[in-house]
Ligand binder design. Structure first.
Ligand SMILES: [Zn+2]
Length: 330
């Protein structure tokens, strides 16, 4: 019977299994070594489960996917798991997460690994996305890349000379917690004042909306009677941009300036050939992206000696899943 496994054995290329363990969804997929998804299962009911139940669920979903596609465990090269938080890469422990219950010092790699007879890797989800971008997206053709994802929080991944750079623990690339404005009025989730994340991501938008209102900006958005600042998110400001709302525009430009400062710092540290930006807030469009770039070039001035590309993610919404699987190719 013709099928994926025969095609695949013929080519002597093994499938990769990717697991994107997110704060909202859990995706498990079979991925070709060229980054194409062969099949995937997505569930949303893992969020309130404890670590053991999540491990059971991941195991079950992988087995389900294998049997549905008539693929044997031995046809897989291994399992790569992307985790939404800090990871101790060397020993496969999760350290902290603000997106799931538990997972403090939890041996995730070993717990999943004992259910299978193949290699299992775990890494931070932004590292997985960065690696996907590097192998199959905007990073094709480069040997180094810095990836920044800007949504509710800010995550990042560093690729130097074709390898992810993880630091001694595995937590390198937390650009969201680099301090860009020590006098900023909002304290970050980490407890410090003026982290890039406190100034310029989804978490900071309610604060910025209030601040701009107090500075005298008026919004032309039609807000509900029971409007509260906590309802302000990237989507609302996108609606504001679409109707040329001065308040929304002021916030978006301020956020862009801080990201411009952030990537200027990244440029000075790494001198990378390409910086890739992804995440939900990029849906703010050209006004946002162009302002980020102009702030960067204003700061970098005559210190750029070779072309640096500042570009947007091309890997799409499955970047976390494909990237987790692709960790096996590193
Ligand atoms: Zn911080």
């Amino acid at each position: 019977m013709p099928g994926p496994s025969r095609h695949y054995n013929k080519n002597m290329e093994k499938f990769l299994c990717g697991v994107d363990l997110g704060g909202t969804k859990l995706s498990v997929g079979l991925v070709h070594p060229d980054g194409r998804i062969h099949d995937k299962i997505v569930v949303y009911d893992h969020v309130n489960k404890n670590e053991t139940l999540v491990v059971d669920q991941i195991t079950r979903l992988i087995r389900q996917l294998l049997s549905k596609n008539k693929i044997k465990e031995s046809d897989l090269r291994g399992i790569g798991i992307g985790f939404p938080g800090h990871v101790r890469y060397k020993d496969g422990f999760t350290l902290t997460t603000s997106n799931l219950k538990g997972f403090k010092n939890f041996p995730l790699r070993e717990s999943v690994g004992k259910n299978f007879s193949m290699p299992v890797l775990i890494d931070n989800d932004a590292n997985a996305q960065a690696f996907c971008e590097f192998k199959f997206g905007a990073g094709i053709g480069y040997d180094s890349l810095i990836f920044l994802t800007i949504s509710t929080g800010i995550g990042a991944g560093i690729i130097l000379d074709n390898k992810l750079y993880r630091g001694i623990t595995g937590t390198a690339g937390e650009f969201g917690h680099t301090i860009v404005d020590p006098n900023f009025d909002l304290v970050c989730t980490c407890g410090n004042r003026g982290c890039l994340m406190a100034c310029a991501c989804g978490l900071s938008l309610p604060h910025l909306f209030r601040k701009k209102t107090e500075e005298g900006f008026r919004t032309t958005l039609s807000l509900p009677d029971d409007f509260r600042y906590t309802q302000v998110d990237g989507k609302l400001l996108k609606e504001g941009l679409d109707i040329d709302d001065p308040l929304s525009k002021a916030i978006v430009l301020e956020c862009a300036d801080y990201i411009g400062i952030g990537i200027y710092n990244i440029f000075q540290i790494f001198n990378p050939p390409v910086i890739v930006l992804g995440g939900g807030l990029l849906s703010w469009g050209e006004i946002y992206f162009n302002r980020i770039k102009s702030k960067f070039y204003e700061l970098a001035r005559d210190m750029i000696f070779d072309r640096i590309e500042i570009t947007q993610s091309e890997a799409g919404s499955d970047a976390g899943l494909i990237g987790a699987a692709a960790l096996l190719l590193e």
